[in-house]
Design a protein around this ligand. Structure first.
Ligand SMILES: NC(=O)c1ccc[n+]([C@@H]2O[C@H](COP(=O)([O-])OP(=O)(O)OC[C@H]3O[C@@H](n4cnc5c(N)ncnc54)[C@H](OP(=O)(O)O)[C@@H]3O)[C@@H](O)[C@H]2O)c1
Length: 435
């Protein structure tokens, strides 16, 4: 077989798998004209392949229920893993690598947990791994970080990289409805899973920022190193107050480097409405990178969905096909580095930031000064305070503060002390600000 024909097997014929097959077949001629390479979907593997029926399947020679059937086919050089999950998917990737096949995947969960094992195995077997679709769906960001920004020290990454959370927060903000109501509607519209835990508790976002940070800071950074807080507890009251300050609440994935330390977190975060990320609404995603040479750059687009994600998967397939065709296989730098850096991971609470604080307090004389004294005693300086002059129940009022930059560790001490006061009737709300 000529190296200008590259055969591919797609494992998992679900949302992304079927869209990838469609893209590779529909746009076969586009790719061939641009690259001179014919990329053929030779095999599709899916548990229920016998129950599938569409106009693309007749174009595909091998249809199987077991990935084992394709591992021994020496004419297939690229396996595209699109089944998801971290057990069988890992088995498929490792077995494909050991069979000398390059692998393309969109599986952020697997890579965020097992990147070292998978990438080291790929290096050993001189095969390439493509994972552009694992972060930001169709947005080109992995190759940008690995290749185009290679000459930069990356200072920060800010990402809105979970469409479900962004959709919920955007609608809470624009329609003034509570979290549970919007979540139910998002589930009915297919923007949130029946079990939305991975998305709304920030886990999916943490997987993605772990992958981006590993590339940006040249170190295997497992997902367990990310401080994670989701959006489940966000109340409409806070969204409303935040908007009165000309600010917006987003679930932000943040990686911040200070000297040789990096803090990585996923947290609901307040940003100024002038920040470009504040206009990223609905299911859209965006990643803002700051490099020491390029400055700030912003990447925006569809972070999920079959078509958009298939664009990134197909891009990886083509990149690997070009490398195989030219004999220039780059198996040494799957995460964009040849040597790990000695950067250390620190808690986001050790990096100063401004904070939004809301305390529900008894409507009594002197409450404001008790709270501001505790803040001051712990080194927390306030630049804005707001005491609502109304009380919904006639007994409690919200006290809102915005602080100057302070370490989260110091603030946490003050919040604990305030939270224990008998005049404070609800758990205090603390939200980081990136103004
Ligand atoms: N959907 C998106 O917008 C999106 C965006 C970015 C990344 N991703 C990632 O892309 C991957 C695939 O997601 P998806 O949304 O396409 O999932 P999906 O629609 O559930 O598709 C997975 C497919 O794999 C099949 N499958 C499961 N176990 C298998 C096995 N052992 N052998 C062969 N086939 C098997 C499933 O069959 P059954 O249905 O019968 O179980 C299903 O057809 C995941 O890693 C996901 O995180 C998805």
């Amino acid at each position: 077989m000529s190296l200008d024909v590259i055969n591919v097997a797609v494992v998992g014929y679900g949302v992304v798998g079927s869209a990838t097959v469609q893209t590779l077949i529909d746009n076969y001629e586009v790719v061939r004209r641009k690259t001179g390479i014919s990329i053929k979907v030779k095999a599709i593997v899916d548990l229920y392949i016998d129950k599938r029926d569409d106009k693309y399947l007749p174009h595909v020679e091998i249809k199987s229920k077991s990935y084992k059937d394709i591992l021994s086919d020496s004419s297939i050089s690229i396996i595209v893993e699109l089944i998801g999950g971290v057990t069988i998917a890992k088995e498929i990737m490792l077995e494909a690598i050991r069979a000398g096949k390059s692998v393309v995947t969109a599986n952020k969960a697997l890579l965020a947990i097992n990147s070292r094992e998978i990438f080291e195995e790929a290096k050993k077997h001189n095969v390439m791994i493509g994972y552009e679709a694992s972060v930001g769906g169709g947005i080109p960001i992995i190759r940008v970080l690995k290749d185009d920004l290679v000459s930069n020290n990356i200072n920060d990454i800010y990402g809105i990289i979970n469409g479900t959370c962004n959709y919920i927060l955007s609608r809470m903000s624009s329609e003034g409805k509570p979290f549970d109501e919007i979540l139910g509607d998002a589930q009915a519209k297919g923007y949130a899973e029946a079990n939305p835990t991975f998305d709304i508790d920030g886990i999916d976002t943490a997987h993605k920022i772990a992958i981006l940070s590993s590339i940006a800071f040249s170190k295997y950074i497992p997902y367990e190193s990310v401080d994670v807080e989701g959006i489940r507890d966000i109340s409409f009251t806070d969204i409303q107050i935040i908007s009165e300050f000309d600010c917006t609440l987003k679930l932000l994935a943040i990686a911040k480097r200070v000297d040789n330390k990096v803090a990585i977190s996923v947290r609901p975060t307040i940003i100024d409405n002038d920040n470009l990320l504040a206009s990223v609404n609905g299911v859209f995603n965006a990643v803002m990178l700051d490099g020491d040479r390029v400055g700030k750059t912003l990447f925006y687009g569809r972070g999920a969905g079959g078509d958009a994600t298939s664009s990134a998967v197909a891009g990886d397939v083509v990149a690997i096909a070009k490398a195989l065709s030219s004999g220039n296989i780059d198996a040494k730098t799957p995460l964009g580095f040849t040597e790990e850096s000695d950067i250390t991971i620190v808690s986001m609470d050790s990096i100063p930031s401004s904070f939004y604080l809301r305390f529900m307090v008894k409507d009594e004389i002197g409450v404001l000064s008790i709270i501001t004294n505790i803040l001051a005693k712990n080194g927390v300086s306030v630049y804005k305070a707001l005491q609502r002059d109304f009380s919904e129940d006639g007994k409690t009022v919200p006290l809102i503060f915005m602080t100057h930059e302070v370490e989260g560790n110091l603030l946490n001490k003050a919040i604990k002390e305030i939270g224990e006061l008998s005049i404070v009737v609800e758990k205090p709300v603390v939200i980081r600000m990136e103004i």
